[in-house]
Design a protein around this ligand. Structure first.
Ligand SMILES: *[C@@H]1O[C@H](CO)[C@@H](O)[C@H](O)[C@H]1NC(C)=O
Ligand SMILES: *[C@@H]1O[C@H](CO)[C@@H](O)[C@H](O)[C@H]1NC(C)=O
Ligand SMILES: *[C@@H]1O[C@H](CO)[C@@H](O)[C@H](O)[C@H]1NC(C)=O
Ligand SMILES: *[C@@H]1O[C@H](CO)[C@@H](O)[C@H](O)[C@H]1NC(C)=O
Ligand SMILES: *[C@@H]1O[C@H](CO)[C@@H](O)[C@H](O)[C@H]1NC(C)=O
Length: 628
């Protein structure tokens, strides 16, 4: 009892604290030990000024890498008469600020009062990252992630509650947190993604990185999601970052302030980014995987065509990509084909006009005249843009391929595996009434025959075209929830199991049945829904089967990562007995700038890609202005 009383007395006595250093205020954890308290006589030199405040750096370092020597002083009018290089002593209130409950807090001093101006004209030198600091950690984000930022279950702890002691040499978020408020320089920066609509751009400097791909982006791999990157936010001088920066662009040296906002640690640069050099060639080469026109050398492409409607502005470029870059595969797996009047929200569900318009454009671009097959979903039941009724569909060369005993199912028919193996509905949807699909696409299964001389079938195979549920609802990879929320992962887990069991039932009838599943799985190959998928189905990840280097396995850029949501998985029967599969990712949409970007890419003998609009752009949302 008495010790409790003493404790209370102590808290009261430090409510106004004198002569704290900036490092003491920041402390060695994410949250300040002085949060909510009024402080005075905090001294530092002004290192930068912004529209809503300024940053000070302590003149007496505590030599502890965990405690930042700098802090943000929030106050719109404070410092009107002060300038960079002024040494000042201030009072104010220590505040932990975040604009959204899912973000990490930023430590700042608010309602500042200038107590003393000590001197002016002090030299302000930025810390060069990787030289004056340790190198940013390259794999893990926080000690709270259990070693895997995509582990399930997720959101088992919160940074704001666990508030671990920072380990800046081990964890990326700890590293950037330990530099919050600091003026830093990024030497020889490279853009590792495209800017968002505000011009915010992910970069790495000249420090050691992991996951670098041939385009100088960083590819996410198992247990390595690239925390060594940093996003460059709005310039402090009111200029605007370019919006056309591309993957792998080299930039001028960046100097600015480390802070946290909109879900990410970021650097606010003193002035706008400037591109000095871009990767060459600008566009990828066309695929070298060509059809032999026979059963022994068929080609397959996959393309998320992103809300494609008959009137879509990007329809001609999709057609040109299929002809020029994918060299007109014998069979195309398409995702996100909208109905005949696109997002108009009425009872129309047929995509015949959308698909025939695309086919005409392909033919006009010098390609073959494809045939198509799809199954229209029930109106408004499969997710995506309201009214668009997106679905998966196939384009195929009718001179070479045909459906085996066609018997198309409706949106509600569940196709089943019959002896043979054969399908009860061809094409058909897998268990469309199953609650696991929720408002998302049901996989489209088809059984095909290869047309030989005289119209005789010379072989056959099954395809499953998938577009699993989206990652909407994900929290920021640098947010409060640890591991971060992987939106829709439970749905995708159930969808993966249903689809895998369907494939297994084909393979249970005949181990030599050829099965190709492809499309937008909205998940990484090394994450649980897809590891379950391969283990139940017995299918092989084609990337691994043909030995594509893990860093070259990407079909999409999201946050700091080149990543792979689109995949092809094939039955072992297609890889055995001297058969040799080839596979490429054709980066028609990841290498270009955001304005030029059409939909996505991948090529079995393959091709896939994605503006996956369903993925939650957590960091792109602007909260209300910083008001307290
Ligand atoms: C403020 O702190 C400085 C040391 O940084 C000290 O010399 C000075 O006496 C303090 N002033 C007050 C009023 O506490
Ligand atoms: C800035 O200086 C001017 C003139 O000395 C003074 O009138 C004004 O109050 C000062 N502003 C602040 C915010 O200290
Ligand atoms: C769409 O085309 C298919 C043949 O591919 C045909 O059976 C069906 O009736 C068409 N639907 C509409 C609404 O025109
Ligand atoms: C994570 O869990 C906490 C409860 O512990 C909850 O308040 C928060 O909303 C969750 N975060 C997300 C992004 O779902
Ligand atoms: C991505 O899709 C959204 C929604 O359809 C669209 O508004 C946006 O323009 C697309 N972005 C690009 C770069 O194609």
């Amino acid at each position: 009892m008495s010790s409790l009383l003493r404790f209370c007395t102590l808290v009261a006595s430090v409510a106004v604290t004198s002569a704290l250093t900036v490092a003491e205020i920041n402390g060695n954890k994410f949250l300040s030990p002085y949060n909510g308290q009024t402080v005075s006589n905090v001294s530092g030199v002004i290192t930068a000024k912004g529209p809503d405040g300024l940053w000070i750096r302590s003149t007496t370092s505590d030599k502890d890498a965990r405690t930042s020597e700098s802090v943000y002083v929030f106050g719109r009018t404070f410092g009107a008469n002060l300038t960079v290089g002024d040494a000042i002593a201030i009072g104010g209130k220590v505040v932990e600020y975040r604009s959204n409950k899912d973000y990490v807090y930023l430590t700042e001093i608010s309602t500042p009062v200038l107590e003393r101006k000590v001197s002016s004209g002090n030299t302000v030198k930025p810390l060069v990252i990787g030289k004056d600091t340790s190198n940013p950690p390259t794999e893990q984000f926080t000690s709270l992630d259990g070693g895997d930022v995509f582990a399930v279950p997720n959101n088992v702890s919160l940074v704001s509650v666990a508030n671990p002691v920072l380990e800046p040499k081990k964890y990326g978020m700890d590293f950037w947190e330990s530099l919050c408020g600091e003026l830093v320089t990024v030497r020889r920066p490279t853009a590792v993604a495209k800017p968002n609509s505000f011009g915010d751009t992910w970069v790495v400097g000249d420090w050691r990185v992991t996951g670098r791909n041939g385009r100088d982006g960083l590819t996410m791999t198992d247990k390595d999601a690239n925390p060594e990157t940093i996003i460059i936010g709005s310039p402090l001088d009111g200029t605007t970052n370019p919006k056309t920066t591309k993957l792998g662009d080299k930039l001028e040296e960046i100097t600015g302030i480390v802070t946290y906002a909109f879900g990410f640690y970021r650097i606010l640069p003193s002035t706008a980014l400037k591109v000095t050099n871009s990767q060459q060639p600008t566009l990828p080469s066309t695929t070298k995987i060509l059809s032999s026109g026979k059963c022994s050398g068929l080609t397959f492409g996959a393309y998320n065509v992103e809300n494609l409607a008959p009137t879509s502005a990007h329809l001609p470029s999709v057609a040109a990509h299929i002809v020029d870059y994918l060299k007109s595969p014998d069979l195309m797996f398409l995702q996100e084909v909208q109905d005949d009047n696109g997002p108009t929200n009425d009872a129309v569900v047929s995509a015949n006009l959308t698909l025939s318009t695309l086919i005409a454009a392909i033919s006009a671009a010098g390609g073959p005249t494809y045939a198509f097959t799809d199954i229209a979903p029930s109106d408004d039941q499969d997710g995506g843009q309201p009214g668009g009724n997106i679905r998966t569909a196939y384009l195929y060369k009718p001179s070479l391929l045909r459906l085996h005993k066609p018997n198309p199912g409706t949106a509600l028919d569940a196709t089943e595996v019959l002896p043979g193996p054969a399908l009860s509905f061809n094409p058909g949807r897998i268990d469309p009434a199953n609650a696991a699909w929720g408002a998302s696409r049901k996989p489209l299964v088809a059984q095909w025959e290869v047309v030989g001389k005289g119209g005789k079938a010379t072989g056959g195979f099954f395809t499953v075209n998938v577009h699993f549920g989206s990652k909407g609802g994900s929290s920021s990879i640098q947010g409060d929830a640890r591991p971060p929320v992987n939106g829709g992962v439970d749905d995708r887990q159930a969808q993966a199991e249903i689809t895998a069991n369907f494939v297994k039932s084909i393979r249970d009838v005949s181990k030599s049945a050829h099965v190709i599943t492809a499309g937008d799985f909205n998940e990484f190959a090394f994450v649980d829904p897809l590891t379950t998928y391969t283990s139940i189905s017995g299918l092989k990840d084609l990337d691994a089967a043909v030995g594509i280097r893990p860093v070259e396995r990407y079909t999409y850029l999201f946050d700091m990562n080149a990543q792979q949501l689109d995949h092809m998985f094939v039955s072992p029967s297609m890889l055995q007995g001297g058969k040799k599969a080839r596979y490429e990712h054709v980066h028609i949409n990841t290498w270009v700038d955001a304005a030029a970007m059409g939909p996505t890419e991948n090529m079995l003998h393959s091709l896939a890609g994605t503006n996956d609009t369903n993925q939650q752009p957590m960091g792109l949302q602007r909260p209300p202005p910083h008001v307290q």
